[in-house]
Design a protein. Sequence first.
Length: 66
Amino acid sequence: MLAAAEPSKVPFYIAGAALVVWALALAAVGLSQPSFPYSERGGRAVMLASFLLAAIAIAMAVAIDK
């Protein structure tokens, strides 16, 4: 009965998995193409996407801890 009262951890697992997939894809592209990201604007987009995915994963971890 106590387990039923706990919040679901699925949102955290999904957000964490998305962050891992993003990191692996970013590493693969970055290692195979030395000029990646191709412009300053692209670099900012990569940083923004990384920040948002990390922030979402952290928010989900905090939300399920309450």
